[in-house]
Each structure stands twice: as C-alpha cells, then as structure tokens.
Design a protein around this ligand. Structure first.
Ligand code: ZN
Length: 171
C-alpha cells in the first residue's frame, strides 16, 4: 500500500474510534460494545461503570475514556507492524500522545460547567466541606491526566476513569 494511504488509514481509524466513543450513550451502549469487541477490548464491568457514574468524574455523554484508550492501543499495535515499511506512519505513531488524546476526549464528554454548577455546589457546599475535612487528613493519589482520585480499596494499577498510569500525590 501507498505510504500516504497507510498514514491516512491510521489517522482515520483513530478518528473513527474517537467519534464512536463520543457519540455513544453515556457510559457506553451496545453499538460501542460491539465496536470494542471488534478490537478485542473488554468493556468495563457493570460494577466499575456504576462506580464511575456515581463518582465525582462526571460525564455528560460518551463512553468512558479508559475504553477509548484501550481501542487506541489496539490501533497502534495493529499499525506498528507496518511501520517499518512507512517512515511517515512510523513518525505519526511516534508522535501520538496518548495522554493528551485521552484528555482531549475527556474534555468533550465533561458536562458543561457553567453557572448551574456553581449554584449546585453552593447547595451541597456545607456537606462537601465536612467530608473534605475528613479527607484532608490523608494524602490522596490522583490521576495526573484526568484528576480522578485513586481509591486504595479498589486494586488497580491504572486510572479507572481514563486508564493513565501516571499518578501524583496531592497533599
Ligand atoms: Zn485518569
């Protein structure tokens, strides 16, 4: 295949995944699950999805970022095999910034935070404040990419929300 076409296909496959995730129902739907299945990616368990839907990492629409990341990984894996035949493709793969791409997606599925959020926060402020005091006693590990807290009671290495390996300790 022509070098140019290979690069085009790589980019359009990444874009297709992004669009599919974005147009999926909040937390994923059958269509998205089929798409994941085609790539051999296992969707999050219902337990994990419910947990995320009730967490502070609010989403307004779309599949969870971690699932899109897994698809991106499969696409990269697939094209990596071909990169020796195309320096252009090799360079595009090398430049692909997974963290930035997943974060870009997260920004798109986040609920619009306008005035309504401020009013909502004011109403729950007192409750939040007292919870906050308790939380502040211990250091929290948060995901460097999306800011999700890492929960010690759930055993996992990557951020459950966006799949990043990068955590930082916030005091
Ligand atoms: Zn994250």
């Amino acid at each position: 295949m022509d070098e140019n076409n290979l690069l085009k296909e790589f980019n359009s496959e990444l874009d297709q995944a992004f669009q599919k995730a974005w147009h999926s129902e909040k937390g994923g739907d059958d269509n998205w699950n089929n798409f994941l299945n085609n790539y051999g990616v296992t969707p999050l368990t219902k337990e994990n999805k419910d947990f995320l839907l009730n967490s502070d990492m609010k989403i307004a629409r779309g599949a969870f970022p971690i699932e899109l990341r897994r698809v991106f990984e499969k696409i990269i894996e697939k094209y990596r095999v071909l990169e020796s035949s195309s320096p252009m493709l090799a360079s595009a793969i090398g430049k692909f910034d997974m963290e930035a791409k997943v974060k870009e997606y997260y920004q798109k599925i986040k609920p619009f935070s306008g005035l309504s959020d401020i009013f909502k926060n004011a109403a729950t402020g007192t409750q939040k404040y007292s919870q906050g005091l308790q939380k502040e006693k211990q250091k929290t590990m948060t995901c460097k990419n999306c800011g999700a807290p890492r929960l010690e009671e759930m055993q996992y290495d990557n951020c459950l929300f966006c799949g990043s390996k990068l955590f930082e300790t916030k005091e």
